[in-house]
Design a binder for this molecule. Structure first.
Ligand SMILES: Cc1cc2nc3c(=O)[nH]c(=O)nc-3n(C[C@H](O)[C@H](O)[C@H](O)COP(=O)(O)OP(=O)(O)OC[C@H]3O[C@@H](n4cnc5c(N)ncnc54)[C@H](O)[C@@H]3O)c2cc1C
Length: 217
């Protein structure tokens, strides 16, 4: 693991206060596992953890999906322009797909917590992973991030994708979840609510594999 020089090639607004940043690496030494995050160092020296939202088969350029908060990272993001030179440390983290044991995977994501889930789902489909995939997504303000990826996949039956309040989605999918691998990502308040809802539905929270983004910005 070491620092990689990269250039920001595109900044796209996915929803109010949510941007997708595409970065292209100066060399080919970067690789990652779907679900991992990087330390993104802005040109002014501020650094923040962001999770890779793109699939792993094209690691030369990666996409990050970030909520722009009022803190120093958010302010640095607002100053960031396409063409900026940045430093990416990593990848880090063990929120990665467990080995295939034949069980369905139910992913739960809140807001930009969809980033690692999108990377895992796109990678599973690209690699022909035979496990069934269900994505339960709680958007912020009805902004379904990456609907243009997930909607066609759901229409074709490649995945199940449901959106709404996470408590409702967990209650509705309780039976399927009792025998599934459970993975959840998002900010602390979302993960707290996931744990409560699993508990209320009689699902052992110790089975949950989760990744926290820390406090809500
Ligand atoms: C593993 C991980 C993955 C994440 N992935 C995403 C993601 O994909 N999308 C997304 O929207 N958000 C993600 N976050 C949250 C993101 O890193 C920021 O916490 C969030 O954007 C708010 O940052 P801020 O600067 O606006 O707020 P601030 O309140 O200024 O900072 C928020 C947090 O930044 C961290 N921090 C503070 N100072 C430093 C420093 N000097 N160096 C490094 N970190 C510092 C602290 O944990 C602090 O709680 C992730 C967080 C973690 C821990």
């Amino acid at each position: 693991m070491h620092a990689h020089n990269a250039a920001v090639t595109e900044i796209e607004e996915l929803a109010p206060s949510v941007v997708q940043i595409t970065v292209a690496f100066d060399d080919e030494s970067f690789s990652f596992e779907p679900g991992q995050w990087v330390n993104f160092r802005f040109p002014d020296g501020v650094s923040r953890a962001y999770t890779i939202a793109s699939a792993a088969h094209r690691p030369g350029a990666v996409q990050l999906c970030v909520r722009v908060g009022p803190g120093r990272g958010g302010k640095a993001l607002m100053r960031l322009d396409a063409g900026a030179q940045v430093t990416i440390d990593g990848p880090y983290g063990d929120f990665v797909l467990p080995p295939n044991d034949g069980r369905k995977i139910v992913f739960m994501a809140g807001d930009t917590g969809i980033a690692p889930i999108r990377s895992m789902v796109l990678s599973m489909l690209a690699n022909g992973d035979p496990r069934k995939i269900c994505v339960l997504y709680e958007p912020d303000q009805r902004n379904i991030l990456y609907a243009s990826d997930f909607d066609p996949l759901a229409r074709d039956g490649a995945i199940v994708h449901e959106s709404g309040k996470i408590e409702v989605l967990i209650a509705r999918n309780r039976e399927a979840m009792t025998a599934a691998t459970l993975m959840a990502a998002g900010f602390d308040p979302f993960l707290g609510r996931v744990a409560d809802a699993l508990h209320e539905n009689g699902i052992d929270t110790k089975r949950l594999i989760s990744e926290t983004f820390g406090p809500m910005p």
